[in-house]
Design a protein around this ligand. Sequence first.
Ligand SMILES: [Fe+2]
Length: 398
Amino acid sequence: MPYYRAVGEIPRKRHVQLRRPDGGLYAEELMGVEGFSSDSSLLYHTHLPTAIVKSEEVSDEAAAGPVTHNLPLAPRHFRTQDLPVGGDLVAGRQLLLGNEDLRIHFAAAQRPSELYRNSAGDEMIYIQNGCARFESAYGRIDAGPGDYVVVPAGTIHRWVPGEGQDDTPVRALVLEARGHIRTPRRYLSASGQFLEHAPYSERDLRGPDGPLLAEGQDVGVLVRNRAGLTRLSYANHPFDVVGWDGYLYPYAFNIADFEPVVKRTHAPPPVHQTFEGPNFVVCSFCPRPLDFDADAVPIPYNHHNVDSDEMMFYVAGDYSARSGSGIGIGSISLHPSGFTHGPQPGAVEAAVRGVAEGRTSTDETAVMIDTFRPLLLGPAARLAEDPGYAWSWARPVP
Ligand SMILES: [Fe+2]
């Protein structure tokens, strides 16, 4: 998806012989989306990528969990700070929110995951804290705080926390899409180059830096497809790739590399858009100068986007529009369609006063996911909910 990349050893043309040192042929594998009609990559394996020796069904109950409609309708606040720590970045996912288009989980992982392939859709993992090594058939990406890691559907990979760090858990928001996560079309030229007005560019994206060339026999891979979960055992390690090229591969993008757009008066969230997927968008709210008109109200106005549910994950800085609501770092708010939301009581006056006293910038950092179908509540949302949030706008001005 991002742009053409070639890593390791590949033959001079597509679909010609590439031989191993022992004279045998490497096995070519195409990973592509939309039935040979969109982006793809060609990977060259030492062994056959088709050789499986066992297939076992795996219970999906823990991941799916009971989900319930957000009824009675209410804005909600979930404290991920209160969710349990442990497990890994795949099996340790705690379901917060979901609908037919995506599932949003939180994980506070301490252990390496098993090998995993999600062929039901792309995944986006946003790392709030901690560091992790992402290993895949395409190679390795070192990920840390503020990184979005976008994993194309079908990528066999695993997560290894704590690379170069102590035992700090990797706290991450995990978005599992039913479809593909892309750069917004309006940021790209007809041939896919990032345009000058885009808030990030090719130079900000970090792809895998080289093949892993792992060897092993009888290697288990947890596979999700649209039917459910299975564990396949591969005759040989799927990371036996000597080289690959194409447009389809996992990559990382750090939120600090997003160039915020500011206006003289308040700019709406589409200026912060980072990714898009089927029936959802992802936006990055980053430290930036405040709106600079002399009479500007430098925080959002009350708003009701009738076609969206809005989820906001507060990851750093001081989010002054939510002052007095109980929201802090690690909090997630859900503002559903049917509810007009806006700054907490007194926040507008405080923001205007702050500017008059010399404040010129905000250090808030947040990740927003807007969905065009209602978000249902998962078990982790019920576990981490702050029951008083819905009434916080009716409290007296502090
Ligand atoms: Fe909003």
